[in-house]
Design a protein around this ligand. Structure first.
Ligand code: DAK
Length: 258
């Protein structure tokens, strides 16, 4: 399928989704969201990790498209917000690992997009923040909630109230990004991390993601019960037999995802 505002490239189990509207610093308009939604639906079993990044050399994503939002009504705003929530939830619920390669400005909806990914790595020139209050609104794609869960209430409120744009080093310090990498090494770094994950049992990685995602908002007893179920279910897989046999036979495991 031909896209106008995004690119999707697949290579050896790793797909790269590039938000590619550099003239608007990759701002997310409705068309871009619809294209992202369609692209995510094309990911099949051959894709085991997804890297999300921004086209051009300046931005990951500079936010929701302000030009599209400026005159919309409250009803349209609700619709736009629902569309963004839907796409980010789809991304977050993928059974594969998702990695945000934050290569520049990740503001507003861009920061929200990064936070919907499992792992966030940033280039040294990245700037992150949720500046919505400077526009008279609040984040509309889950940013208030995901940020709070990532960095805690107090830091989340500080970022949301001040609209500060923080650099990558500060983002790492507060736990918003995992690591900061030189700009020209960012994609390589993300591919290396993805490559390490690809060597592991795909069903196990997927279960690990599921129990963390569903367990994180539960009390510890319920969350641990989820872990027990996820653990047990893997013992019905060929991958569990293969992984343990391979260890005992002192050879690398050949996982099939079955
Ligand atoms: N939307 C539309 N166009 C944008 C944009 C954006 N978010 N960000 C940049 N652009 C456009 C600029 O207008 C400019 O277009 P031209 O003038 O060339 O036509 C082009 O990209 C280059 O930008 P600049 O000339 O401004 O480039 P600079 O290097 O000088 O500055 C910047 C880069 C990232 C600091 C600056 O562009 C900037 O401050 N951008 C806006 C950042 C921002 O405020 N982002 C948050 C957007 S609000 C909700 C749903 C969603 C949301 C809220 C509520 N509901 C439905 C309830 C989420 C909101 C947001 O994400």
């Amino acid at each position: 399928m031909a896209y106008e505002n995004i690119r999707l490239e697949k290579d050896g189990g790793i797909a790269v989704l590039t938000i590619d509207r550099p003239k608007a610093l990759n701002a997310l308009n409705s068309k871009t969201f619809h294209e992202m939604d369609a692209a995510l639906k094309t990911l099949g079993d051959d894709t085991r990790a997804l890297i999300v990044t921004g086209g051009g050399d300046k931005a990951f994503v500079a936010g929701a498209d302000i030009a599209e939002m400026v005159t919309i009504t409250a009803a349209q705003a609700r619709e736009f917000s629902a569309l963004g929530h839907h796409v980010f939830q789809t991304l977050e619920s993928l059974p594969i690992v998702t990695i945000a390669a934050v290569n520049g400005f990740a503001l507003g909806g861009g920061c929200e997009l990064a936070m919907a990914c499992d792992l966030i790595y940033a280039s040294e020139k990245a700037k992150l923040g949720l500046p919505e209050v400077t526009l008279g609104v609040i984040p509309g794609f889950g940013g208030t909630q995901r940020l709070t869960r990532l960095v805690g209430r107090s830091r989340a409120k500080e970022l949301l109230f001040t609209a500060d744009r923080i650099d990558a080093a500060r983002a790492k310090e507060i736990g918003l990004v995992l690591d900061v990498v030189p700009a020209d090494k960012l994609m390589e770094h993300c591919r290396t991390v993805a490559g390490k994950i690809l060597k592991n049992g795909p069903l196990a990685v997927s279960q690990a993601k599921r129990v963390v995602e569903f367990g994180a908002d539960q009390d510890l007893r319920a969350a641990n019960e989820l872990e027990r179920q996820g653990f047990a279910v893997l013992f019905g897989s060929e991958d569990q037999r293969e992984g343990m046999k391979a260890f005992l036979e002192k050879r690398p495991a050949q996982f099939t995802g079955k």
